[in-house]
Write a protein that binds this ligand. Sequence first.
Ligand SMILES: C[S@@+](CC[C@H](N)C(=O)[O-])C[C@H]1O[C@@H](n2cnc3c(N)ncnc32)[C@H](O)[C@@H]1O
Length: 300
Amino acid sequence: MEIANERLIGVVLGNGWVGRYCPWPRGTGVDAAGLATLKSRLRRIWAAGDYDRLARYLEAASEDFFRRLFVPRGSRLLDVACGSGQLALIASRNGIIATGIDIAENQVERARERARVERLGAQFRVADAEALPFADASFDFVTSIVGAMFAPRPEVVAAELLRVCRPGGTIAMANWTRQGFIGKMLGVVSSFVAPSGMPAPVLWGDEATVRERLGPGVSSLQLTRHKVEFNFPFPPREVVRFFRDYYGPTNRAFASLNRDGRKSLQAELEALWSKHNVARGGLTDVEAEWLEVIAVTRRD
Ligand SMILES: C[S@@+](CC[C@H](N)C(=O)[O-])C[C@H]1O[C@@H](n2cnc3c(N)ncnc32)[C@H](O)[C@@H]1O
């Protein structure tokens, strides 16, 4: 399976197929060589830019997410697709035995560095959400903030989250919704790149889809849409540049376009940020939305 660069960006943004089921035949999927190529390109996209810069603007929302989980001190928590360590570091500061995994090596290195600086015990390693390198039932809490939603095979991700969480443990995710601001932003970016034909990540922000994916393995499932504020101390035009510089998928999408394409994408994104901006005076305050998923795994 050979996937062109812009097609792969489509994979990340999920601009093609919008149904609920992965179009690849269950159990077989793409062939092993094709999947390896796909994964290494996904890794390169997420390694582009510097996601850590953007993550800092979501720190308060991540702390709120963590607080709502009431994780007892001493619990074992795995954060899947941890980026530069945001949630695992918050957990570690609160007395949790935290582990984070991410597909992008530079993100994992950044997370380790942040833990070192703060002298926290959180552990980080490079791994794929679709093949978690842990034994069954290894964790009390398995979390993912706008991370695991970007893996290309959601059924495999769901099975892995359920597998490594102990019976009666908690799986918690925060997933951008299609209707919320980031869903709209990803929609604009994806309209500039070729369709991928793979499941849209924002389907993890759809209640019915999450029920189908996790429902059979859990005894309770709470689904709540939460508002998430982005507050930037600069105007929409600069926010778009910020995403272009630091957010891997946007960075690579711009890089795949010619001069006119880049100008059009910049203009459309600026218009979107400006339309949703409630701040004045050169600031940008936009409200986004994610679906919080809190699932308790079955005991039997
Ligand atoms: C939007 S960032 C969120 C990072 C982090 N959860 C946070 O809240 O700061 C998405 C992250 O998902 C990671 N990712 C994407 N696909 C992945 C996969 N299949 N397995 C592990 N990590 C993945 C990317 O490398 C990236 O760090």
